[in-house]
Design a protein around this ligand. Sequence first.
Ligand code: BGC
Length: 731
Amino acid sequence: MADFRFMLAAGVCALALATPLHAQTTADADTKADAIVKQMTLDEKINLVFGHYGTVNAKTNPAPPAKAIPYSAGFVYGVPRLGVPDQTETDAGLGVATHRTSPDPRPRTALPSNIATAATWNPKIAYAGGAMIGNEARLSGFNVQLAAGINLLREPRNGRNFEYAGEDPLLAGTMVGQEIKGIQSNHIVSTVKHYAFNDQETERFTANAVIEEAAARQSDLLAFQLAIEAGAPGSVMCSYNRIDGAYGCENAWLLNDVLKKDWGFKGYVMSDWGATHSTIPAALNGLDQESAGASFDKSSYFDAALKEAVENGHVPMARLDDMVHRIARTLIAEGVIDNPVDGDQSAKIDFAAHAQTTLADSEEGIVLLKNSGVLPLKPGVKSIVVIGGHADKGVLSGGGSSQVYPVGGAAIRGGPDAFPGPMVYYPSSPLTALRDKLKVKITYVDGSDVKAAVEAARHADVAIVFGVQWMGESIDAPNLSLPDHQDALITAVAAANRKTVVVLETGGPVTMPWLDKVSGVVEAWYPGTSGGEAIARVLTGEVDPSGHLPSTFPVSEAQLPRPVLDGDPVNPKRVDINYNIEGAAVGYKWYDRQKIKPLFPFGYGLSYTTFAYSGLKATVSNGVVSVTFTVTNIGKVAGQAVPQIYISPNAGGWEAPKRLGGWDKVALKPGESRTVSVSLDPRLLATFDAKGHQWSIAAGDYSLRLSSDAETSVATASVHLDGRTFAAGAR
Ligand code: BGC
């Protein structure tokens, strides 16, 4: 149904609103937004660019706006007389969050962590997950979802890696782009965040990310660029940190030059909560909306101070109009105005269907890292002991503003009282799911007593140890070891029973000093509200594991570009983080360039079946490189292959020997074959020429490797490319 409230506004009647606004062209949205902006008073404009915190806080926010949704992230007043609705903002990328102080959290469906979704390498899964959480946001009364984290995994200890999509710009950009598209299919706005180089939490408010332009454009910025092209988010959330000296939310280069000019971004830039630092520089350098200003920032920069800056001419009215135009045109273009949210409709949420959506995401994201024949659990197995990780109660989730509370209440609500706590386990027990599926004796010991665990393992056919690592916003892991002596527990259990399987629920990569001693390793990440069922389905072989690593797992911290994390978590000192060490050689590119062998390479993942590849051919047509090849399932069970194409210039000259150029995810029954084509984005063939402000493809021969992970190629082809250049925002 079209919403005709616009027509009440004088001067807008002439605009035809017969077709739904979201179906109309970009130009229509701009024209309508202009008409609205023209009628706004200065105070109304200021209202639209100044956000409020949605959650009560005795000190900083004793009285949130009455219309803010309780315990939500934010609220922005609309302009009712002109048909511009209030903006009701919720975190985050894994589902509809409730801020932690709520005595009565909203129960909602949680997707597995974003890194798990990236591990599916299945863009359709990312879209479906986005569409599901966007539906829950809409039915909860929210029209802006602060979703879709994409900061590249430069730092495996980063406390928020679980909210992001791994280390590769193509994989992250593609998957996150689809998530955004899914969310916005509900006619609500999604952000993409945190722009940019907010790649660690230590000193996140003060750290300065140092990186040269070419390296920046070929890495984290490329991930944002690809996600923005694919997902067209209505908003970009600028980050806390500084980038080459200037804060993310007043960084003219990032906001005005790269995002708005080069990439042609037409939406609005909102600040992260507490990331605005000024009025005039922020407004002039590209920030369009201050979030939760009075509660989180040192001062309310975009409230009375911005009004004064406009009145005295420090910020031109045209710039304020541009901010307001961007917000209004986004609400029009995304269909937010045409399809208004209608308060709390959560009784209509189809939780049963959504449990299936998160289950599909979770099970496709689980990565089988090692299997010496112990998995899937076979009918011959008569007794199993499950050890630790609260596997009798549920599965772990990550902490901080993205925390979703589950239907049925938390299985465990523990951890720190203060942010980013609590530590929440979802009530989806892997133990219960295994018991339902396998009619064998399955006992449980909690792992707190190593001797008891060893004793139980000795008397069981198979021991399954759950290794957990809780990560949360605002704190990085001190190191990559499983905390709380779990490495010692696993080592002891594996010594007692060779058939030990380790199931990991971690925020990102961890080290595995016990790897040689165990028979199986499964990385389940934070698997979401259906996670226990997903883990059991993979362990029992009801589903073939088809996840592949979206980030390298190092042997130890010594292999990282920064073996010691920069900054001081206790006494922040405005540290510089030198991202020029690796530049654009993030993740596997770094290991490749340094000739280091990690524990598990990017793209790695085992299956219960075997795939064969044949017929690799590469062609170039109008400068576009495409490859075709055939994948065959030569094993005994149905499965999904993830063939990956890596490309290298034979003459070198890139940040690293090779880059991921494309992939596909192919579901095949035993004996089935499929021919697959993959085309490569020209930017993945190019380097960024910062002086010439353009992408540049060098003439020469290039090798294309058909691979099952970043280290393992099965066939190679080559192409010749003519040299060419294209604009910074072109493809
Ligand atoms: C986080 C954002 C989040 C915001 C609102 C900040 O602390 O960095 O990701 O959207 O809070 O809750």
